[in-house]
Design a protein around this ligand. Structure first.
Ligand code: HEC
Length: 124
């Protein structure tokens, strides 16, 4: 009698484990930009992602949200990439106030160059 009663429980447990495995495969880990090269992304993540993400600054993520990047169409990605280059070349982003708090977020000339190159290659 006891054994019989346990069978449905065991079946349920097995299904639950299988379902959990399948769900894990379907749940996107984090939707990070898939077509930004790693060398560029490390810089953007360090200096920009704080504000330009779903949990970020309301105004900032309205204009540019890296959590939504994969959903931007090609034309929009291109426009945003050009805007990114403009902002960093003019030294407008990251904002000065932010750099006062987090000096490590400042971009080196080399990092600015790396992002400019990425945008120029994209433009061709
Ligand atoms: C402290 C938060 C903060 C950080 C860090 C930050 N931004 Fe911004 N960003 C903003 C805000 C707020 C706006 C919207 C207001 C504005 O345009 O000044 C914005 C706007 C922008 C825009 C849109 C400009 C426009 O008018 O279309 C771009 C592009 C941008 N940021 C790029 C960057 C890049 C690239 C970095 C990293 C190098 C960065 N931001 C880091 C807060 C931030």
């Amino acid at each position: 009698m006891k054994r019989k009663n346990l069978l449905p429980v065991a079946v349920f447990a097995v299904f639950f484990v299988i379902a959990a495995f399948i769900m894990q495969g379907f749940t996107p880990q984090t939707e990070l930009p898939s077509n930004i090269p790693d060398s560029v992304w490390v810089v953007l993540e360090k200096s920009c992602y704080d504000c330009h993400c779903d949990d970020g600054n309301g105004m900032a993520r309205g204009k540019l949200n890296f959590d939504k990047w994969n959903g931007y169409d090609e034309e929009k990605q291109m426009k945003k990439a050009v805007a990114i280059r403009d902002e960093i070349e003019k030294g407008k982003m990251p904002p000065k106030k932010y750099l006062k708090k987090l000096p490590d977020a400042a971009l080196s000339d080399q990092e600015i160059q790396r992002i400019s190159n990425w945008v120029s290659v994209k433009e061709q």
